[in-house]
Design a protein around this ligand. Structure first.
Ligand code: C2O
Ligand code: CU
Length: 490
């Protein structure tokens, strides 16, 4: 496409989303040379049905993009421009957030903060450049705990100009559903117990919208597996037993290829990992992938079933290092430092205070049912979780931090709760530079960092994308319970 055509199509866009008052440039961000072309996509969010669980169960009424769960895979090359028309066929407002993509603020999909919500029957046109190559995903940002929980999410893949050579690439979008005996989605979204504990943990785990059958593999083949955790709350810790996964990207961003700690690929909600899997098993063998995150609740996610004949006898030694994305390197020594403390939740400071400090830490078993109900009553709705002492209500918030644009910033975060939290910042990727005071071995770029109970994590980045950005826990019940804030870049 000639530059002329591109300019024309941008003008058309300006007309199309005048309502969103879109600022289309992202000054300050380094853009790779843009391959010409605008790629058009359309998504329609609407009630539908999904075959999550096999016969004899029926299909599950769900909310779908384009009638499927997950929604359609959006796949572009780095440097291409995307134009995505979203139509709302739901009976309530929605938006779409492009998780992990560094887009201009007006395209980020947070209702009221970045755009008016899309009314039932309405449409909104999103347009932005695929600045970074990597594994991303999209989901609503309006009542996400229910909209995502009912099936609204999909993968968004940005290919490198020259991807590393592999025999096969697979995308696994993981989700966790709370289904009733008749395979319907349980309606208890946003209940006080889920909100104040570890979120809506379900009872049915799917890969790409289905309880998985065995996956066929061949001895000697090299697979690039893109993992996306689209669950509201479940954290995965995947053991590929007998295989040695090599992590090459986290949250879409390249990382020095390495074996994950303990051999386990850990993914909090919203997190992604690209791994290279060399299929070293014997022809005809079967290996289970086990999720080991929750103690004593390990289960078999899926089997890898080797074909009877080998594909190749020795593993290839093709390079696997991904080319860097155009991220600006923070100057940590000169960075401004900001402290953020997360509080609240069951067994957290707030509950302890309400109970007069009488409850032992680490267990709620001693409480009588009446007391528990009383407490749940007090805690229902917002105000369960706190970021620097404030529990958020809705998306329009006074900024908790204002960062000077193009400056380097370190956010020193403390998880003062008894729970894990995957903390997500919009509009930027950040380096995770330390955990509990120890430098991280890979200084990985992430957009969502999983914090263990009581853990301290430091992240560093250049605040190069102006606007008001959400900063929140991606356990969607924690987010709804107040665990979010706004970071302003001016
Ligand atoms: Cu994936 Cu604020 O979200
Ligand atoms: Cu959380």
């Amino acid at each position: 496409m000639s530059p002329m055509t591109l300019a024309l199509s941008r003008r058309t866009l300006l007309k199309a989303c005048a309502a969103g008052a879109a600022s289309l440039s992202m000054p300050g961000l380094m853009l790779p040379a843009r391959a010409a072309g605008v790629r058009e996509f359309s998504l329609r969010a609407a009630p539908g049905r999904a075959r999550l669980v096999p016969e004899p169960h029926g299909e599950t009424p769900a909310w779908c993009y384009n009638e499927t769960v997950p929604g359609p895979e959006i796949r572009v090359r780095q440097g291409e421009r995307l134009r995505i028309t979203v139509e709302n066929g739901l009976a309530e407002e929605t938006t779409v957030h492009w998780h992990g993509l560094r887009v201009p603020n007006a395209m980020d999909g947070v209702p009221h903060l970045n755009q008016p919500p899309i009314a039932p029957g309405g449409t909104f046109v999103y347009e932005f450049d695929a600045v970074d190559a990597g594994t991303f995903w999209y989901h609503p940002h309006q009542r996400s705990f229910e909209q995502v929980g009912r099936g609204l999410y999909g993968p968004l893949i940005v290919e490198e100009p020259e991807p590393p050579k592999v025999d096969r690439e697979l995308v696994w979008v993981l989700d966790d559903w709370r289904l009733t005996k008749s395979a319907e989605i349980s309606n208890d979204f946003g209940n006080g117990h889920d909100m104040s504990h570890n979120g809506r943990i379900g009872n049915t785990v799917t890969i790409n919208g289905r309880v998985p059958d065995a996956r066929p593999v061949r001895s000697g083949e090299r697979i690039r597996l893109r993992l996306i955790n689209a669950a509201n709350a479940r954290i995965f810790s995947l053991d590929f037993q007998g295989h040695t996964p090599t992590v090459i990207a986290l949250d879409g961003q390249p990382v020095t290829p390495h074996a994950p700690m303990g051999g386990l690929v850990v993914l909090g909600p919203a997190m992604r990992a690209d791994i290279i899997l060399d299929m070293m098993g014997e022809p005809g063998s079967r290996v289970s992938v086990i999720d080991r995150f929750y103690r004593d609740l390990e289960y078999r996610l899926v089997d890898l079933a080797y074909g009877e004949t080998a594909f190749r006898d020795t593993m290839p030694d093709w390079p696997i290092v991904l080319p860097a994305n155009p991220l600006r390197e923070p100057n940590v020594a000169a960075a401004l430092r900001h402290e953020v403390i997360f509080n609240g939740g069951m067994m957290g400071g707030m509950v302890m205070a309400e109970m007069g400090g009488s409850m032992g830490e680490g267990t709620s078993r001693g409480m009588g049912g009446g007391m528990m109900r009383g407490m749940m009553g007090m805690m229902h709705g917002n105000g369960i979780w706190f970021v620097n002492g404030k529990a958020a209500e809705g998306h329009v918030l006074d900024p908790m931090l204002t960062l000077e644009r193009d400056g380097s910033h370190v956010i020193a975060m403390t998880n003062a709760t008894a729970w894990h939290h995957p903390i997500h910042l919009h509009g930027h990727s950040f380096r995770v530079i330390s955990r509990n005071g120890e430098p991280t071995p890979h200084r990985e770029w992430q957009d969502t960092v999983l914090m263990a109970p009581r853990e301290k994590v430091e992240i560093a980045f250049v605040a190069d994308n102006p606007g008001d950005w959400m900063f929140h826990c991606h356990i969607l019940e924690h987010q709804a319970g107040g665990m979010m804030g706004v970071i302003r870049v001016v």
